[in-house]
Design a binder for this molecule. Structure first.
Ligand code: F6R
Length: 615
């Protein structure tokens, strides 16, 4: 959600910043902007639309000598919160005197009060954004013209809300000041250059050495390194971490879309998720990030799974895993709601926060609330070093590699796998027999191959998708383990194809939604050959009686199930545990082809952003 890049070094700042923005564009893409400095002063450009439009404008309108000489700058790609996506609301925002430029990710909650105070002092605002107020406030404190760090700290001391910022001052062409509270900032430490970014994907092309800022950290960034402070201007030390993937992992690699690449990558991503985590001898999983002894595991009395969107759907499957395999009561919490209710958390509860990005504001708030209430909190995150991963301290990384497509695909299947392995581990510390544990280890090892078999049906699924690409409404139904899978299938279709799609428990359809079924409202029925199938078949009959066309996901060879549908998509036979995993892969491919046929912007659907860092 909004991407920030900053650069101080020996390369052409404009090229580095535009390149960085392109890598961060999945975080927001309604407008973009850039400000760079050289001895001749500051150049600033902003434009509505994609980074490509900003790049065209800059390379066309800016003096080539200026571009060649500038070595310091900041840039931003926006996902609008305050004010529509128009040029004046794009970032960088500048202070009243035009000496300070700032890019901001987050929300300044008390901006109205600050704005009124500044207006009373003569400040005139040109945008509708909360961010401009912060730029003016920094400018207000930048009185002596030479201590940008102090001005930033003083301004941030007045601010309520969240921010990741990068600030430059016209008369300080050798540095940036950056800060974070609630919105991620990563510093990449190169040779005679430092790159600032909202996440590592804009940094990997330059260096693998990074510092993740903590909340309330402020840093002065120069070409030769960084000076770390807190918001009170007191020195702090932060460790340097290594990024363990390279720039190529964040490229399309010949695929038309990141989403398709990431769907096809799933066997490999799942292999990476499994690697080193199976202990056949003990018939269990190795979850070293959990750092709990078998006795401590046996002592956990309940699991609370929290997440948003696709990660929430993974949590819902996880609930079944923990109940079935670990014999543990499990509850799912929609993370955004968690801290606004009064959830009952007890000391032997384990809260598991599931988040691909590890930055989702709602999930992070739930983590903090669960910790506050005394729960043990673990993270299941993909992005290494992300806020949730660091704040939980305990947990499991997916190791699925960078997910760039805005619609989550490989992260979902890796989340299911991690939750499955966690439930196996907890189960083995409780009542799950060695024999059953061994069987589950065998199943886990086969997962990448099962997913590959689904992907092998890409062409067939594309043909089925062609028959439904003109639909305007779609229902997805499933039960048991396939109920959350139905929700996820519907989410994939609606977010990338803009078809109105609803996921329902198959039994729930008749309690209201069935009123909407007719010959132009198709139903995707999850009919894998696992417990509950016969009942779902009954619900399919009800749909057909209302003349709704039916597409079914069926177990390969289950001709009888396929007969109930107008079109059938086969997936390999699995246990009930893995049925959601293989079905969702088929539905990802289905959604992809529908969206492609409708000419949609698959990797960057309208109104969405990859990582939602505001509540
Ligand atoms: C859907 C999607 C979103 C995310 C949600 C949570 O395809 O990507 O629904 O799943 O915003 O994001 P994370 O997992 O990063 O917390």
């Amino acid at each position: 959600m909004c991407g920030i890049v900053g650069y101080v070094g020996h390369e052409k700042a404009v090229d580095v910043l535009i390149g960085g923005l392109q890598r961060l564009e999945y975080r927001g893409y309604d407008s973009a902007g850039i400000a760079v400095l050289n001895q001749g002063g500051m150049h600033l450009a902003r434009s509505v639309g994609k980074v490509r439009q900003l790049a065209d404008l800059v390379y066309r309108d800016w003096d080539a000598q200026f571009i060649a000489a500038a070595r310091v700058g900041i840039a931003h790609t926006r996902w609008a919160t305050h004010g529509p996506p128009i040029e004046r609301n794009a970032h960088p925002q500048v202070d009243g005197a035009g000496r300070i430029a700032m890019v901001h990710n987050g929300i300044i909650e008390n901006y109205k009060a600050l704005q009124q105070r500044l207006q009373a002092g003569g400040h005139v605002f040109k945008s509708d954004t909360d961010s401009e107020v912060l730029a003016h406030l920094i400018g207000e404190y930048y009185t002596d013209g030479n201590d940008l760090l102090r001005a930033v700290c003083a301004a941030l001391g007045q601010v309520e809300g969240t921010y990741g910022i990068a600030v430059l001052a016209c008369d300080q062409p050798d540095r940036l000041v950056v800060a974070r509270r609630g919105s991620p900032i990563v510093l990449g430490l190169g040779h005679d250059e430092t790159i600032v970014a909202s996440d590592a994907s804009a940094i990997v092309a330059h260096t693998d050495q990074v510092i993740y800022l903590n909340d309330d950290d402020v840093a002065v960034v120069g070409a030769d390194g960084v000076e770390m402070r807190n918001i009170h201007n007191v020195p702090v030390s932060r460790e340097v971490s290594r990024i363990d993937w390279d720039a190529k992992a964040a490229e399309k690699d010949g695929f038309d879309h990141f989403m398709l690449k990431e769907i096809f990558e799933q066997p490999e991503a799942l292999r990476n998720t499994i690697r080193g985590r199976l202990d056949q001898r003990q018939a269990t999983a190795i979850i070293s990030g959990l750092a709990l002894s078998p006795r401590e595991m046996a002592d956990i009395q309940r699991v609370v799974l929290m997440g948003c969107g696709t990660s929430l759907h993974a949590a819902m499957v996880g609930e079944y895993f923990f109940e079935d395999l670990a014999d543990l009561p499990a509850d799912v919490e929609q993370a955004a709601e968690f801290r606004y209710r009064n959830p009952i958390i007890q000391s032997r509860d384990l809260a598991i926060a599931i988040s691909q990005s590890g930055e989702t504001a709602d999930t992070l708030a739930a983590v903090r609330e669960a910790k506050h209430k005394g729960a043990l909190v673990a993270g299941v995150c993909n992005v290494v070093g992300s806020t949730i991963a660091r704040e939980t301290g305990l947990g499991v990384y997916l190791h699925a590699g960078p997910e760039i497509g805005v619609a989550s695909t490989k992260a979902f299947t890796s989340q299911l796998l991690v939750l499955f392995m966690m439930a196996l581990k907890f189960g083995r510390c409780r009542r799950l027999s060695r024999e059953v544990g061994l069987g589950l280890c065998d199943e886990i090892e086969k997962i990448p191959e099962l997913v590959r078999k689904v992907i092998d049906h890409n062409d067939l699924i594309a043909e089925v998708a062609a028959a439904y690409s003109q639909a305007e409404d779609f229902f997805y139904i499933g039960r048991g383990y396939l109920y959350p899978a139905a929700l996820e299938g519907a989410l994939k279709l609606k977010e990338i194809s803009y078809i109105h799609a609803e996921g329902y428990h198959a039994a729930e359809l008749k309690h209201g939604p069935i009123a909407l079924l007719q010959e132009n409202v198709p139903v995707m029925a999850l009919l894998c050959d696992v417990p509950g199938k016969e009942k779902t078949v009954g619900n399919v009959e009800e749909c057909k009686a209302r003349r709704a066309p039916v597409v079914a996901i069926v177990t390969e060879g289950d001709e009888a199930a396929a007969e109930y549908a107008d079109h059938a998509i086969p997936v390999p036979r699995t246990s009930k545990y893995l049925a959601p995993l293989v079905s969702v892969v088929a539905m990802q491919i289905f959604a992809y082809h529908v969206a492609r046929l409708r000419g949609c912007e698959i990797d960057q659907p309208r109104n969405l952003a990859k990582s939602v860092t505001v509540e």
